[in-house]
Design a protein around this ligand. Structure first.
Ligand SMILES: [Zn+2]
Length: 469
């Protein structure tokens, strides 16, 4: 049903085909992780290229850098969507957006100001699978888009989607671990932490930041004191401006604020890792660090996220630390929807559902047997429902209605030069594959399910800039 079983089938077939051969095949998964805990840390809005372990020039993430040297790092991991809700729905279900159909936030014209899509009960989240396999399941989050009213708490015994900043979220989690230990609870634990601190507004300061004021299109902002809705006003002003030419000072101001928040975020992760080392759980836990999408600072003429499918919004960090496993850097492109099937594989979980996951286990890339048979990465911007992309080998095609744009990402990784006129056959090949993907991918949910959200949630979402009404 999922890739592990497919890998097994392939392995059995291979053995039959080469019967008589005495060569030892690698195992399809490591043997001894069935009693391990799992900790997934999803850092909202973290673009990979601002982390030290991806070579960023500022020392934004010393703790993540140290962790990366003991882990498997996927250098080219991509989010399936450029904003939180569809991306996290894909992470939780290992399905593409066209399959789970959790697309729209509130404030969209189609459904009215207070209607928002929910993650359907029909779908089985990874937390439900872990629960079926005897894990205690805990989620501490900080993003109202992932509120329990929208179905994201399925499978979590304990779930708080509004922890109130990285310090509170971290101490809530560490407090939980502490209580567990005091109470002598020693069962298997799955934890999902979702931080919002790298998302604007940028309140943290670090030694490279100072007061930073900017004015863009008549919107004035103090980077360290402005609130979320002011940032959203700025984003909208840039979107509405024709041929906007950002000034170096303004870009630097925003990036410094973002980097300072990231440095603070990294410190919280350092606190967690230190606690785990002190209490002896570090080497009994599989630790994952990732992000739901990236962030733009005028890379393609716009600000923040949800507006397009360029690299700054889709290229995310993916670190997997499995105690005892060899540290590696893996350069093959992978999709974030592959993460959960990888965990199912490593832990040997039984997965009982009546549809196939679209994610594929990453274990073959980490030196285990079987095949990672994904050569194409897909993503879409479902908020506007008209952006789609495919990455295939050296090429990336971005489609926003007509025309389409083609980039040679081997030669032009920042996607600056559309070469669709120079390479019509590549353009045709990728465009055809993208259309086939949309036509042939099995749908699991017929139509999006909706919830009406309350005034408190509306206020929180407005503060983040997720509601324009
Ligand atoms: Zn997000």
């Amino acid at each position: 049903m999922i890739s592990r079983y497919n890998i097994l089938k392939v392995s059995i077939l291979a053995v039959i085909l080469i019967s008589g051969c005495t060569e030892t095949k690698p195992p399809t998964r490591p043997a001894s992780y069935t009693q391990y805990d799992v900790l997934i840390i999803n850092i909202d809005t973290l673009r990979a290229d601002h982390t030290t372990f991806h070579g960023y020039f500022r020392n934004t993430t010393p703790n993540l850098l140290a962790l990366s040297t003991e882990s498997v790092v996927f250098d080219r991991a991509y989010s399936p969507a450029p904003w939180t809700k569809p991306s996290v729905a894909s992470l939780f279900t290992s399905l593409y957006i066209i399959q789970h159909k959790t697309l729209m936030g509130p404030g969209n014209e189609q459904d009215g100001p207070k209607a928002a899509d929910i993650l359907s009960e029909r779908l089985k989240t990874f937390a439900e699978v872990f629960q079926d396999n005897g894990y205690e399941t805990v989620g501490y989050l900080d993003n109202y888009l992932l509120h329990e009213d929208y179905g994201f708490s399925q499978g979590f015994e304990e779930y708080d989607s509004a922890c109130g900043g990285r310090r509170k979220l971290t101490s809530k989690y560490l407090g939980y671990l502490n209580n567990r230990s005091i109470n002598g609870q020693s069962g298997k634990l799955l934890t999902y932490l979702h931080y919002l601190d790298v998302h604007y507004p940028y309140y943290s300061k670090w030694n490279w930041t100072d007061t930073c004021n900017l004015t863009i299109e008549n919107v004035t902002l103090d980077v360290h004191t402005a609130e979320g809705h002011e940032y959203f006003k700025l984003k909208t002003a840039v979107e509405n401006a024709k041929d906007f030419d950002p000034q170096e000072h303004d870009i630097t101001c925003l990036v410094l604020g973002y980097d300072a928040d990231l440095r603070g975020m990294d410190r919280s992760i350092g606190d967690i890792l230190e606690y785990m080392k002190k209490t002896g759980t570090y080497n009994k836990t599989i630790i994952i660090i990732t992000a739901d999408h990236g962030e733009e600072f005028f890379d393609h003429g716009e600000l923040f996220h949800a507006q397009s499918l360029y690299r700054e919004l889709l290229h995310i960090p993916l670190i997997i630390r499995i105690p005892g496993q060899k540290p590696q850097r893996i350069t093959q492109p992978v999709s974030q929807i592959d993460l959960i099937p990888t965990l199912y594989d490593v832990l040997g979980l039984s997965v009982d559902m009546d549809y196939e996951l679209s994610g594929k286990s990453l274990l073959p890339l980490m030196g285990y047997g079987g095949e990672y048979n994904r050569d194409r990465i897909f993503a879409e911007n479902s908020k506007n429902n008209d952006w789609q992309t495919i990455i295939w080998g050296d090429w990336k095609l971005i489609k926003k209605g007509d025309p389409v744009r083609l980039y040679n990402i081997a030669l032009d990784p920042n996607e600056t030069k559309d070469v669709s006129d120079e390479y019509p056959s590549e353009k045709e090949r990728l465009n055809k594959s993208l259309s086939e993907f949309h036509r042939n991918t099995p749908r699991i949910i017929g139509r999006s399910e909706k919830a009406q959200i309350d005034e408190e949630a509306m206020l929180k979402l407005r503060g983040l800039g997720y509601v324009s009404t």
